[in-house]
Design a protein around this ligand. Sequence first.
Ligand code: ATP
Length: 261
Amino acid sequence: MTGTPLLEVRDLVVHHGQLRALDSISLRVYPGEVYAIIGANGAGKSTLLRTIAGLHRPSFGTILLDGLFLTYLRPERRAIAGVAMVPEGRRLFGSLTVEENLKVGATYARPGPWNIDAVYQLFDWMPARRSQRAAQLSGGEQQMVALGRSLVANPKVLLLDELSLGLAPVVVHRIYAMLPQILETGLTVLLVEQDVSQAQRVATHIHCLLEGRTTLEGRPSDVTAEQIEAAYFGLAGTAGALPPSDATGQPGGGSESTWPG
Ligand code: ATP
């Protein structure tokens, strides 16, 4: 894709102690994209999202949002700049109500189309449960509150870490079905997903990590299930399957793998 990326990561290196969790990762996310990071357990997906959100400090590399250097900004400065994340495991305040959790998300809110009422319109079950404690909700309901909490910040880029984790397929489908409405408001999405089939269904671009390195990237329609499988598990011949790094395309389409989720 041509033009200016909204989010750009250049040569990012992140260590957890002695472990090199990310090794020279670069990516470009263009406005309106759904950019999916896939990979097995421990590939570095969450580390990448958390580093973009400001929760890990990189050893090397640069993170830019809309031309602004985020690399060493504190997480709240990044929120003000337009980064919001739905973390793995939701991380709601269980003793607070649904509405109180949504208000937490608005702490560093930018001006924009999202507010608590807009979230209640998106998730029509939520207004009746606004006074219920988050801990009393089902996993899927909690995930929707976590999503709402990020939306009310009116981010430019929404980081979604494993939305499907621990949820029944029907619930995952219901949550991902909301993405088009969210994108319509001008948001750009960078998501992490272990369920490759799900990632392929929603993504405009997929980027596979293995042990902290990029093993494959491209439009879902440009990569085969065999290439993804090789990149995911680190099988021989993967390197030759790297399409151009700035290619992108339309959601869906392409070969669909049925593993591992
Ligand atoms: P998963 O799907 O299991 O969450 P992932 O692809 O998101 O995997 P990360 O959670 O980013 O992978 O972990 C990458 C590597 O870094 C793993 O080896 C993990 O054990 C290690 N790691 C992650 N966070 C920390 C931490 N806070 N301290 C030490 N090591 C960590």
